[in-house]
Design a protein around this ligand. Structure first.
Ligand code: NAD
Length: 508
């Protein structure tokens, strides 16, 4: 959870911390309610002209924006690293790459996903019916700190391609990158204010809800619940991309080398601060020992260091999240779990450093196996067979994503279908995030709605049905004056439609 989300009264500026050394990285203005309202008005004005453009015109302008982002890639990398502490390669190769790819993808696909669908009414043959998509207006995007570029600007791209304006409320831990990239948007030729940003605390997000037409939220379950209640009070649409506690199931016949490499990366990349990080590994007891041996070796070999050290793993982004990790690991240790590597705050280093950690001997009752950890910690539990693995994997309020590791792809796919999660990968983890053709999102407490795929752009639209009369008769059978003996006519009609030999052919 973001620390100290509510601004204190009268606060006009919020400092931003460099998590790699604990120094101050900068500060952002705390937008007042009136300033939030003004940003939405400005965005709405820009959106009015933006919505009149064709998909290809929007795509062209967004590609110009992409050029401007690429021109600024060094500054973008610097700012991302400064406020998150992630390795420079991850800032560039994951965050900026995602946004550039998203612009190309949605510029090409938006028209296809949002084109009018013509329907031939099965009953009212004299009508032509279309289902169409219209932009909702201004989308408020409330975002977290773990991928502050992907989840703000990256998620804004389909909303923009659908013809909306977007006002981002970034996390107060990492607001600088959204500030920079929305400034670049204004300079790149996009209508001024179309993609903009308001900064501050949770209260700023709360204010934003009141002025926009829809909320797209990514963050914790706790905040998501509050936001959805507020949206419901105003009957405002919202989508929720929330937390996770991803399981990985390692079967008896898994390629242990690939599974171990995949689990270490899938659990510890971005210092484990990924909603779809592997946090629970269930391993068949027949391969448990050799698998754990491989994990110990690989986790111990990870290089941890500051953004420019070309390390595998950086620091954590938030002090409060680091404390959460410390508490969960201590709780597991006290209850008898074994810390096989790591398990401590890095000594002698200022900033938010926690060692890459591997824990065995955990049980399903421990906090570390039930609550989202969101840190560089892998927990491994032995299971007797796949049925037990599936039962434990599903024994969670979360259902974001999961993975199954086995040489038998068909068998693994069958297991995958029985897991309660929005996405399951076989012999890989979290790669669905990089396949925008398929939907991504959660079940159970992990969320409502999807990013990516058709749903990932249609959610930013109001659906409108158009019905056009084909023949222009003077009147219709159901209009006035009501024909005499109407009841008799309908009786016969019901018989003809649903009791005669025609029924299966025409009306089902
Ligand atoms: P958070 O819920 O604390 O904050 C998210 C955003 O909500 C921030 O911008 C914050 O300022 C804002 N906010 C807080 N209180 C608010 C309120 N009352 N009204 C309006 N806005 C408010 O989450 P976080 O700590 O920034 O992020 C970590 C969480 O995000 C984890 O649970 C992680 O799993 C989740 N996450 C989910 C996905 C996904 O796609 N499902 C992706 C990334 C992160």
């Amino acid at each position: 959870m973001e620390a100290a989300t509510q601004a204190s009264a009268g606060e006009t500026e919020r400092p931003v911390t460099n998590p790699a050394d604990g120094t101050t990285a900068g500060a952002v203005h705390v937008h007042t309610r009136d300033e939030v309202a003004a940003a939405v008005v400005r965005c709405r004005e820009a959106q009015a002209s933006w919505a009149t453009l064709s998909y290809s015109q929007r795509g062209r302008l967004l590609k110009r924006y992409r050029d401007a982002l690429l021109d600024a890639r060094d500054e973008i990398t610097d700012v991302l690293c400064l406020e998150t502490g992630k390795p420079r390669a991850d800032a560039l190769g994951v965050e900026l790459l995602y946004v550039c790819d998203a612009i190309g993808f949605w510029a090409k696909q938006a028209g296809r996903y949002l084109s009018d669908r013509v329907e031939r009414p099965h009953l009212l043959r004299t009508k032509r019916a279309y289902s169409t998509y219209k932009p909702r207006g201004v989308i408020g995007m409330i975002t977290p700190w773990n991928f502050p570029l992907v989840l703000s600007v990256g998620e804004a791209i389909p909303a923009l391609m659908a013809g909306n304006g977007v006002v981002i409320k970034p996390s107060s831990e990492t607001p600088l990158i959204a500030e920079l990239c929305t400034r670049i948007a204004d300079q790149s030729g996009l209508p001024a204010g179309l993609l903009s940003c308001v900064t501050g605390s949770g209260r700023t997000g709360d204010d934003l809800i009141d002025f926009v037409d829809m909320i797209s939220f990514t963050g914790s379950v706790e905040t998501g619940r509050k936001i959805q209640i507020r949206c419901a009070e105003q009957l405002k649409p919202s989508t929720m991309e929330l937390g996770g506690k991803d399981p990985a199931i390692v079967c008896r016949d898994a390629d242990l080398e690939r599974a171990a490499n995949g689990c270490v990366w899938g659990g510890l990349t971005n210092a484990g601060q990924v909603c779809i990080s592997i946090e629970r590994i269930y391993v068949d007891e027949r391969v448990y020992d050799p698998f754990v041996e491989k994990l110990v070796e690989k986790v111990s070999a990870l290089r941890q260091g500051p953004p420019d050290a070309d390390a595998d793993i950086g620091c954590m982004t938030s002090e409060s999240q680091l404390r959460e990790v410390e508490e969960q690991v201590e709780d597991a240790r006290e209850q008898g779990a074994q810390v096989r590597c790591g398990g401590r705050r890095v000594e002698g280093r200022s900033g938010f450093w926690y060692e890459p950690t591997l824990i065995t001997g955990v049980t399903s009752e421990m906090r570390i196996m039930r609550e989202e950890t969101f840190g560089p910690v892998l927990c491994v539990q032995s299971v007797s067979d796949e049925a037990e693995a599936i039962r434990l994997a599903n024994d969670s309020p979360f259902g974001l994503s999961a993975s199954v590791w086995s040489r038998d792809k068909q068998g693994a796919t069958n297991i995958a279908r029985r897991i309660e999660a929005g996405a399951v990968c076989v012999n890989d983890h979290m790669v669905h995030m990089l396949i925008p053709e398929v939907p991504m999102g959660g079940v159970k407490e992990s969320g409502i709605g999807r990013r990516h795929g058709a749903e990932g752009i249609r959610k930013y639209c109001d659906q409108q049905t158009l019905v056009v009369d084909r023949f222009g008769l003077r009147s219709e059978p159901i209009w006035y004056p009501a024909p005499r003996g109407r009841e008799r006519i309908f009786r016969r009609m019901l018989n003809v439609l649903y009791r005669s030999g025609w029924r299966n052919k025409l009306f089902g």
